[in-house]
Ligand binder design. Sequence first.
Ligand SMILES: Nc1nc2c(ncn2[C@H]2C[C@H](O)[C@@H](COP(=O)(O)OP(=O)(O)OP(=O)(O)O)O2)c(=O)[nH]1
Length: 443
Amino acid sequence: MPSILDIPELSLSGSTGGLVRLPPGVDAPVTPRVRQLIDTAEFRRLASISQLGLVGLIYPGARHTRFEHSLGVYNVAIEYLRQLAGDERFAAVVGPEDAELLLVASLLHDLGHWPFCHAIEDMGLPGVPEHEMFANSFLLEGEVADTLRDDWGVQPRDVLAMLSGKPSDRTGRLLRSILSGPIDVDKVDYLMRDSLHSGVPYGQNFDRSRLIGSLCVNEAGDGLAITDKGKTAAEMMVFARYVMFSEVYWHHAVRSATAMLQRAFFLTRANLDLDALFRTDEAPFVAMMNEAAGDGPAAELLGGLFGPSRRLYKRLAQYSYFEDPQLYGRLARRPYAWLARCAEEFAAVSSKALSRVVAPHEVLFDAPPAELEVEFNVEVCFPKQGVYRALGDISPMVRTLAREQFDDYVKRVRIFVHPSLAGPMRELRSLPVLLAEAIDRVG
Ligand SMILES: Nc1nc2c(ncn2[C@H]2C[C@H](O)[C@@H](COP(=O)(O)OP(=O)(O)OP(=O)(O)O)O2)c(=O)[nH]1
């Protein structure tokens, strides 16, 4: 019977040729058909899109690209498959063709990403597609589609379905859980890689080989699970993600830069050709936004991010769920347009209080988006007892993070102001009153 271990990308690992070296010193196998895919214009585009976007303004080493990450995810997928090939229940339903589809999907999972994608997607504006859907245009036509059909014998639609669909069959759900779930191949790579390049230890502090060595199939046979020997590694991975959000992705200065970009996008969106913008890479993306901004207010915001001098807005106040649940509740998960109106009203009431002009774009409100990051639903198998338990049921740490909504703790509500306003506005005794007045005005 053909085994998934015989597919070229799995059998080739360990040989000396056809390898690409990835930080931190890992070799990923590059077979001729993998090379065909990664040399296409669609895939090369990812080499000019940074993985963490504006994070590079705060952590200077964080300049790695979606290209590097995609190869990293593909390599993790190989490690997962090699482990799972030894699991009888996995091998019974996942054949070599399914495994090849998974490899291709892991390599291409970020094809629809555009520069600063998370910041723009989080705004939830009408007309902005999800990047998984935007991948359609790159996957269904052009060089990638041809290579998939000709060199892999894979239908582009099947890759798309695996990346963005909700599979109805068991094998589809099992493969999908490897790509998207609490211990998916994407998270295993990005936590380590983002942490490595940012220069912080948090995302690297889980035992990746122990986790991979414990992978198995869940009780229903339609999802990834771990055996009890991987429990600690899985707990630490969940915790690593929490800390990476707190220290990197939602670091206050990263959020200042993100809020600046979001407002600039909001102000210029009517003048932007979104389809062209999202198809391009970072340098032309910024150029297109600059052009759309002209000499309007967005130009100042963009200048502080991408101009010769770095000029980030300053934090005036911040409110987490535990510090001020009431105010947090009023501002978190609200539509972006509503938040922008609040900021404009706050600029107006502050103008009066300070007796000086505070321009609407000089105040930014940043708040957690509607979509939650929670991903804890993984089963742990106890082979000796023959039982499966949810990780949250056997780990107080994971249970707490799930119950308390880690989004509420790592994603704060923040108010940023133009640097020239930070001093005078911090002196304002009536800040909470002004803030309440601004929110009440918007209703
Ligand atoms: N999920 C998420 N990732 C962020 C955020 N800010 C920066 N990132 C970085 C961390 C990773 O390098 C990368 C994860 O995004 P992807 O689009 O690759 O995956 P996805 O949205 O499925 O992330 P997830 O698995 O849900 O964490 O983006 C954010 O606000 N949310």
